[in-house]
Design a protein around this ligand. Structure first.
Ligand SMILES: *[C@@H]1O[C@H](CO)[C@@H](O)[C@H](O)[C@H]1NC(C)=O
Ligand SMILES: *[C@@H]1O[C@H](CO)[C@@H](O)[C@H](O)[C@H]1NC(C)=O
Ligand SMILES: *[C@@H]1O[C@H](CO)[C@@H](O)[C@H](O)[C@H]1NC(C)=O
Length: 424
């Protein structure tokens, strides 16, 4: 049945795709049931250039921060030398603005020859020599968001090019796509095209983000084709932006939480910790909640200039362990009361992570009382539990009973992250 559905889709696609890819369309429709590429069994961890370096292509004025092979090679070096790789950050990802303005004479994408003189293949070799993986960026429509060549009409060629270059992840944007049908067909088609290359390539989608204005996305379907998917606009280096993402995620949790799991994740966008816009408490909030939400941890910051406190937060092993928990269940907002949000996430080994966020933005630190029997579907602390505070600083809070009340103090805009272990 599924095979038939895909075949019909291929016939529909044949009306809109140029003839040069039609041959490929018709031979290569595998009987795919779900995205089953064995990748992203836990949320992807790495670094992505966009939020910090954007589309800076001016290497004369900004030799150290333009989008160039030098920037990525420096980040690769630091990911290894400064403990990022050991902490789990593995994928070094290029975003928009790496391309030359046009395809080559054979229709293949090419890197900007001045900013990437060695080309992407050589950069991939370099990144692999460091034990890291390389991510790249393209777009489902006629142009990338910044106006570089889009993949519409070239899905097979581009998938093959990325595989030939030994790329390990594709972020596939959704700008310049003129209909919901082109959007959905394009995202699905690229997923199959990547599969046909035979190379393991993590597929990062923005399909629901671009679908929402037109129709409520079918997340079950999206999860069958993508390893992670963005639903909400780009993160900015501001508290306002982090709050908007959290509010969107909790308001839509009934739709998005249950589709997440090993192989497919909701992507609330990059970590901006270590930049300019967030206070310390707000950086703690982003790290804690991205762990609760089982979000891909893709930092966008300058690893050459990052303060030790932000670095320690991003490399916090206990918090990363929550984010990467093998059970792969996404957490959710449990309740909001008295200007506190209580979030929780079930973990393997019958543990729970709990985040208590003080959403009040005036005054000083405030106390919040938590009846432990209300947490973790009444079983997190049944009949007793051991509680460790992980953020903002690690502290063993000790043993508690099912009927205990925990009193915690949270700074304005800050979050306390707790781990609750139930003795068995
Ligand atoms: C392609 O899809 C098939 C079927 O789901 C899967 O078994 C295979 O591992 C996939 N290959 C790659 C390279 O993703
Ligand atoms: C790309 O542009 C062509 C020509 O204008 C148009 O027919 C096609 O629908 C566009 N594709 C997308 C995905 O917007
Ligand atoms: C969503 O997609 C799934 C899988 O493709 C399908 O079984 C289901 O019927 C779709 N749901 C809706 C409401 O279209």
């Amino acid at each position: 049945m599924v095979r038939e559905k895909l075949y019909n889709r291929a016939q529909r696609l044949s009306c809109v795709l140029p003839l040069n890819v039609l041959g490929l369309v018709l031979w290569g429709i595998p009987g795919v049931r779900a995205l089953n590429n064995g990748l992203a069994m836990t949320p992807t961890m790495g670094w992505l250039h966009w939020e910090r370096f954007m589309c800076n292509v001016d290497c004369k004025e900004y030799p150290d921060s333009c989008v160039s092979e030098q920037l990525f090679m420096q980040m690769a070096d630091l990911m290894v030398s400064d403990g990022w790789k050991d902490a789990g950050y593995e994928y070094l990802c290029i975003d928009d603005c790496w391309m030359a303005a046009t395809r080559d004479s054979k229709g293949k994408l090419q890197a900007d020859p001045e900013r990437f003189p060695g080309g992407i293949r050589r950069l991939a070799n370099y990144v692999h020599s460091k034990g890291l993986k390389l991510g790249i960026y393209a777009d489902v429509g006629n142009k990338t968001c910044a106006g570089y060549p889009g993949s519409f009409g070239y899905y097979d060629i581009d998938a093959k090019t990325f595989a030939d270059w030994e790329v390990d992840l594709l972020k596939f944007d959704g700008c310049y796509c003129d209909s919901l049908k082109h959007l959905a067909d394009g995202y699905k088609y690229m997923s199959l095209a990547l599969n046909r290359t035979g190379r393991s390539i993590v597929y990062s989608c923005e399909w629901p983000l671009y679908a929402w204005p037109l129709q409520k996305p079918n997340y079950t379907e999206i999860q069958e084709y993508c390893n992670h998917w963005r639903s909400f606009g780009d993160v900015l280096d501001s508290w306002q932006s982090i709050k908007a993402i959290l509010d969107w995620s909790s308001s839509n949790q009934g739709t998005i939480v249950n589709v997440a799991g090993p192989g497919g994740w909701n992507d609330p966008d990059m970590l901006v910790i270590g930049n300019f816009g967030l206070s310390w408490d707000q950086q703690v909030t982003q790290m804690a909640l991205w762990a609760i939400m089982a979000a891909p941890l893709l930092m966008s910051n300058d690893l050459r200039h990052i303060n030790p406190q932000a670095r320690a937060l991003l490399q916090n092993k206990d918090v990363i362990a929550i984010n990467q928990d093998p059970l792969g269940k996404q957490g959710y907002l449990l309740r909001k009361e008295d200007n506190f949000e209580v979030w929780e996430r079930p973990l393997s080994s019958l543990s729970w992570a709990v985040a208590v966020r003080n959403v009040q933005e005036i005054g000083g630190p405030r106390f919040h009382m938590i009846s432990l029997f209300t947490l973790g579907k009444a079983v997190a602390c049944n009949p007793a539990c051991f509680i460790t505070q992980l953020l903002p600083v690690k502290k063993e809070l000790g043993f508690f009973q099912w009927s205990s009340i925990l009193k915690i103090k949270v700074n304005p805009t800050g979050t306390i992250l707790l781990q609750i272990n139930t003795p068995n």
